[in-house]
Ligand binder design. Structure first.
Ligand SMILES: [Mn+2]
Length: 572
């Protein structure tokens, strides 16, 4: 693979100086704050983000009206059905809303569509399916519904009242639901604009409780903080920006999550081998893949039940089911990925191609999206993975770089029977006879936007630092920047001119050792997916994430190296 390009985030020097002078931050932290555009005027709010900083829940339009309607439904003993979605965001949102309504005496049931059955979202078919087992007077969607015009028309005809809570972009026409709660319709609400589906459901729950308290309707004391573990799970898993209210909700949610109070969380942490304070990465790489696995391969209600149950016995059995689902998911993904790599090596001249499109027979539909993500990431090119099942090709596409896949696919719309999604992730289907034509057209469309030069992978960093700057004060301050994730990445720094007194294998693919500066100050490092024999000769310039390595109760600083260049090849 080509050498990666290192790109220093811009850091306004005056703002940086003020952060150092007025707040006395250590230099690396001031670099990171300034390069994230967190300046003196915002820094208190950013560092001390507290639950008191949340806006009134009524500030999100529709929440008060929906609360009134839901309390009314409880009074009349009407049947409320929550229509969720099969990913972590949709499942946590369902569990959250079900909990608050049930605790207040509502007659409530939950329906989560299956990926391989009616697919994503609230559709006329999913409405039929949910009515088979549930009576329904009021239907509340979570994490879906804003583009479900047909399903909502049908529900209206049947006399079912629909309340939409969603965070996706609207289509051409807003559906005729009785109440719509969606921050995407209100760009002026900057702090709430990025809410996930579960964050939106939380705002409704908060409003519902507030209205109930104001009007003497609440039967017993309820602490909404208890449910923030679910908000953190869904918010991090859905990869929404961890800024504004998302930052507050996730920061406190991680504290609740770490207490492992909910039986399902405790059981799942045990399956994942987590016994420490949870960070956003534990959600992204451990908990979320397990919760998603059920929806990918089978029944998403397994995950819902895990988060919903009060029984420790049930929770541990459900967590085991998720463990099995996840192992199966990984195996299927690996098989397809290996086949995909083989296909790329045989069929695609990667040095001349700006895109990758691969296909196979009967690849599992629930995992091809993950395979497309991995291919797009590893080859730094937009990728489509198609699977041909029963005479129809279904696919998932993932973007790389700044490219809008929905727009790219619209140029091939005459070849597609269906397509849609987000700029970064799309779904599509087509006639298998048109795959070759799509492959040619897709490459052409991407090439119109991307030059080969755009395909050089780029890593952003916050600035240059020196080993002695990574002291206790730095690590203490670093913690206050958490939680890290989308729009608030972990700080990455460049450290130059390092010698390497010791390098060893760490497992078959990784390297560990020490790096040392010219004053003989050294730090241990770990470098994942960089075997020692593939590394350049010292002196090194490195990009690294400083972190505390917790081992047997003691924590010591180390560098997680992201990329290495010979100092002679890295000239500014
Ligand atoms: Mn979502």
């Amino acid at each position: 693979m080509a050498e990666k390009r290192w790109f220093k985030r811009s850091c306004p020097i005056q703002e940086f100086n003020s952060l150092m002078k007025e707040y006395n931050f250590s230099r690396p932290i001031a670099l990171s704050l300034a390069s994230r555009e967190i300046y003196c005027k915002d820094v208190d709010k950013y560092l001390n983000a507290s639950l008191n900083d949340l806006n009134s829940p009524y500030g999100l339009p529709g929440t008060k009206e929906a609360s009134i309607r839901l309390w009314d439904a409880i009074r009349k003993d009407e049947h409320i059905v929550i229509h969720g979605d099969f990913d972590v965001d949709g499942i946590t949102a369902s569990a959250l809303l079900a909990w608050i309504l049930r605790e207040n005496g509502a007659n409530v049931s939950v329906f989560i569509p299956r990926r391989l059955d009616t697919g994503y979202g609230f559709t006329p078919d999913s409405l039929d399916n949910l009515l088979v087992e549930n009576k329904c007077n009021v239907l509340v969607t979570v994490d879906c519904g804003i583009t479900s015009n047909d399903a909502i028309d049908k529900a209206n005809e049947m006399g079912i009242e629909v309340i939409i809570t969603d965070h996706h972009e609207q289509g051409e026409k807003v559906p005729k639901a009785s109440i719509i709660i969606n921050s995407k319709l209100h760009p002026e609400l900057t702090d709430m604009h990025g809410l996930a589906g579960v964050g939106t459901a939380f705002k409704l729950a908060h409003a519902f409780l507030k209205f109930g308290l104001e009007n003497g309707l609440v039967r017993r004391k309820i602490d909404l903080k208890e449910i923030l573990d679910l908000v953190a799970l869904g918010t991090v898993a859905d990869i929404v920006p961890l800024l504004g209210e998302n930052r507050i909700l996730t920061k406190y949610g991680l504290k609740i999550l770490s207490k492992q109070i909910r039986p399902g969380i405790r059981a799942l942490c045990e399956v994942c081998g987590i016994n420490h304070t949870l960070k956003s990465n534990d959600i992204a790489f451990k908990l979320a893949p397990h919760i998603n696995a059920a929806g990918r391969l089978g029944d998403p209600h397994v995950s819902f039940n895990l988060l919903d149950t009060n029984s420790i016995v049930d929770a541990s059995q459900l967590a085991q089911e998720l463990r099995t689902y996840n192992l199966d998911r990984r195996e299927k993904e690996k098989e397809i990925f290996d086949a995909a790599e083989l296909q790329i090596s045989q069929r695609i001249n990667i040095n001349e191609s700006s895109s990758i499109l691969i296909y196979g027979e009967n690849w599992h539909q629930g995992v091809i999206g993950n395979v497309a993500s991995r291919i797009a990431r590893e080859y730094n090119r937009p990728a489509i993975v198609l699977t041909v099942i029963d005479g129809q090709a279904y696919g998932s596409g993932r973007a790389a770089g700044k490219i809008n896949l929905v727009e790219i696919l619209s140029e091939s719309s005459e070849l597609l029977t269906r397509y849609g999604g987000h700029p970064m992730a799309v779904g599509l289907s087509l006639n298998p006879g048109d795959i070759d034509a799509l492959s040619v057209k897709f490459e052409k469309s991407v090439k119109n936007i991307f030059s080969i030069d755009d395909l050089v992978p780029q890593i952003e960093y916050d600035g240059d630092i020196f080993i002695p700057e990574l002291d206790d004060i730095f690590f203490h301050e670093l913690e206050t920047l958490e939680p890290f994730g989308h729009s608030n990445p972990q700080p990455v720094y460049r450290i130059k001119d390092l010698s390497t007194p010791y390098i060893a294998n760490a497992g078959p693919n990784h390297a560990r050792g020490y790096v040392r500066d010219s004053n003989y100050k050294s730090l241990p490092f770990i470098a994942f997916n960089m075997a020692p024999n593939t590394l350049p000769k010292a002196p090194w310039n490195i990009l690294a994430v400083p972190q505390l390595n917790n081992y047997h109760g003691t924590s010591s600083p180390q560098l997680r190296i992201i990329d290495i260049k010979s100092s002679y090849n890295d000239v500014d």
